[in-house]
Design a protein around this ligand. Structure first.
Ligand SMILES: *[C@@H]1O[C@H](CO)[C@@H](O)[C@H](O)[C@H]1NC(C)=O
Ligand SMILES: *[C@@H]1O[C@H](CO)[C@@H](O)[C@H](O)[C@H]1NC(C)=O
Length: 298
């Protein structure tokens, strides 16, 4: 039932209709102007370290399978591992392992061909998700700390500067003056969004612009519509890209004080971890307890 209160301001002659009937939603959070409901899905199951650290999540869309890289128990000779779980049936889960020490902490997915690229101590490896076989791919002998896939592989090496783009048998370095932590490349315009010790940047060619001085963003991800988000311990930030990159900016769109890793599911809803728990964040008709000014005829 909708009850409208008419509030007559004494000084100004403003008439404001306010909807106050909405039930409280303790699990809701406002993201920019949309209210999202957060619900718990399940716990990720892997040999986590005492303090759970999950660096990255990504979904193999054809199988609705979530991959996540994490830091395993201190006794493990590897310091990074990648696990996976079916979002349709969480009992189908496991950890990528082999006879070698891979230290697979970086990965990304070629969705068109069901291939998962992994970066680690021994270079870049490739998992065929249909045959479940892993093979060596490139840069064997390099330590690959980050990897991104868009038409081809982009990667970052330990103690190196720039992002290496592998086009066929050729390699080209982007953002070559910057030590790179995390990065993505936009689908349409090839804009690189990256974090380094000096902050968060947007760049294309020689044109690089800093949008934040915070060098500690935990990750950067792109939703199914091409919107770019970064997250830090205190919430979700949207990278607002402008045609003139110098006008691009970073806006915090949601305050969530416990995000570990984040990605978007096949319906473009937000999935995030807190400790080892996986949560779903989806838009709701609830107004998030914000008093909605329906009309203001001041
Ligand atoms: C927030 O929402 C408003 C209204 O829909 C929109 O104009 C604005 O671009 C949004 N801001 C961000 C950072 O997405
Ligand atoms: C939020 O999600 C929970 C769990 O799925 C559900 O019980 C609740 O009704 C939802 N609330 C809103 C306002 O959508």
């Amino acid at each position: 039932m909708l009850v409208l209160f008419l509030l007559l301001a004494v000084t100004a002659a403003a008439v404001v209709d306010v909807d106050v009937t909405e039930p409280a939603c303790p699990s809701c959070v406002l993201m920019n102007t949309t209210c999202y409901n957060i619900s718990y899905l399940f716990d990720l199951n892997a040999p986590f370290r005492k303090q759970v650290v999950i660096h990255r999540m990504g979904i193999l869309r054809s199988q609705n399978k979530l991959f996540f890289s994490f830091e395993p128990t201190i006794e493990d000779v590897e310091y990074y591992k990648t696990g996976f779980v079916s979002l349709d049936d969480p009992s189908q889960a496991g950890v990528i392992s082999g006879s070698q020490i891979f230290n697979f902490g970086a990965f990304d997915i070629d969705q068109d061909n069901d291939l998962v690229y992994f970066g680690g101590d021994g270079g870049i490896f490739i998992l065929n998700a249909n045959s479940n076989s892993i093979a060596a791919y490139s840069s064997l002998g390099d330590t690959v700390t980050n990897l991104y896939y868009k038409n081809h592989v982009y990667f970052v090496r330990y103690n190196d500067r720039g992002i290496i783009e592998k086009v066929g048998d050729n390699f080209r370095t982007l953002m070559e003056n910057f030590p790179i932590r995390k990065f993505v490349v936009t689908k349409k315009d090839n804009v690189v969004i990256f974090s380094s010790t000096l902050g968060l940047f947007v760049g294309k060619g020689e044109n690089v612009h800093r949008i934040s001085k915070n060098g500690y963003f935990r990750g950067i991800t792109i939703d199914l519509d091409g919107n770019v988000y970064a997250w830090w311990i205190d919430g979700i930030y949207k990278v607002v890209l402008m045609k003139n990159l110098q006008h691009s900016k970073l806006v915090r769109v949601a305050k969530i004080p416990f995000i570990g890793a984040m990605t978007f599911d096949n319906d473009n809803r937000i999935l995030f971890t807190s400790d080892k728990s996986l949560y779903l964040m989806e838009p709701t008709a609830n107004s998030c307890g914000v008093v909605k000014v329906i009309e203001d005829r001041a």
